[in-house]
Design a binder for this molecule. Sequence first.
Ligand code: ISJ
Length: 465
Amino acid sequence: MKCGPTFSEFLQASLRAWALRRIEDCVLSLALPLESVDPLTQLPVIADRHHFSFLWDSSPGLTLAAAGKCQNFELVGQRRFELAQRFSDETLNRLIDGTPEAPSHAKPRVLLAFTFFEQTTEIKIGTKNIPAVQAILPSWQLTRQTGQSWLRLNAVVAHEADVRDFVEQLWLMREKLVTSSKQVWLTSINMLGVSISQNWQNNYRLALAKGIDLVNSGELKKLVLAVKESIVLKEPLNPLVVLSNLRIRQQGSCRFLWKRASDESFFGASPERLLSCRNGLIRTDALAGTASKDDDGYDLLRSDKDLREHELVVSSIHNQMIQQGLEPYRSRSPRLAKHGHLVHLHTPITAMNKGLSPLQLADALHPTPAVAGLPRPKAFKWLRTLESFDRGNYAAPIGWIDNLGNAEFRVAIRCAYARGTSLELIAGAGLVKGSVVEKELQEVKLKLGVMADHVSSESLTKLVK
Ligand SMILES: C=C(O[C@@H]1C=C(C(=O)O)C=C[C@H]1O)C(=O)O
């Protein structure tokens, strides 16, 4: 099937768009439709020769693969949400979108990943630094929604003669994608479950006991303590294989990948929406209270401890939105959200936007008490004391903003860092009055299992502390 304009029609339209530029070194952004291809399996094709790549897979909704850095912004320190919003606005307003007819899913996007804490020095996970925010206009963007795929290229084009090169690159990549999508994806999908090491449990038990003291004594209303498990693999793992398994096993989650260097990835399957802004409507999720799916979740709807824990999160998000001048709507009681072998209490909260930028809202909401605690400043202090590792991007916002002002950010949980043969899994559990150490430990085991169950047992050699 041949989609879209002919080469010469497209080139002429691109030259006309470029001629309207208002600055010399402008970013030109052009997109072409193509027959439906899966951005997840095609990511390696567009990422060839690029260190940075990204995946956002909320299929059957939007799937987006991106690679390369056309424009890049990194920051260590304060005002990161405000400055990242400014970078996104300037980048998206300045670029020349030569394909305004592209559907909403194919619009140019800035991709963003934050760290949990707004630290003032770069933190090191393994050997690499993680900035407090990284915002990237990618070179390549491949999207699919409702069976339609589009490929977009962003690049600085200074001379008229370069427009032809640009269009040729886009044309060739489209052909490459269509050809390679017909090849079978050979990487094996190994679903053997890996039993999780018990190593992390001793220290975590102590931290949980202290956390429970803090909530029982009234020092804190809630504390969400996380733990990290380190695994050494026989060979480097391909996060895309794990993510394609999770597409089946964690339906309803949004699978994400932030590959910041050729051998370093952060990826996961988040069940939790921090916010989405679409056509003036804001939506956020309160997600807290967890059970194994074995009990079908109906005990959860009757568990006083879980309902209290959940209500703390709902009312905190609701209040934050009111403070931002919004009029949020929430349902009176939570529903169940099933994600693989876990079930959570879930309350969606919605509001009409009144001129807030996505990152103003993200700044107000992050971190919600679903992943940090209450009151927030005291919870931060205790997280730094009781957790023996830096959270990095764990439990922080990850997502995108497009040039129509739409945005979506997930809370980066159910996740892992992979660097060569090292794999680090992180998960946490919320403590409130009445929490019990062993139950929280079991809950965290299940959460770590979301990732660990998808690492094949053959690639696992030993577990380290
Ligand atoms: C903190 C995590 O999950 C969060 C904590 C939950 C809980 O304590 O019940 C439930 C969902 C998430 O908001 C995690 O998965 O690491």
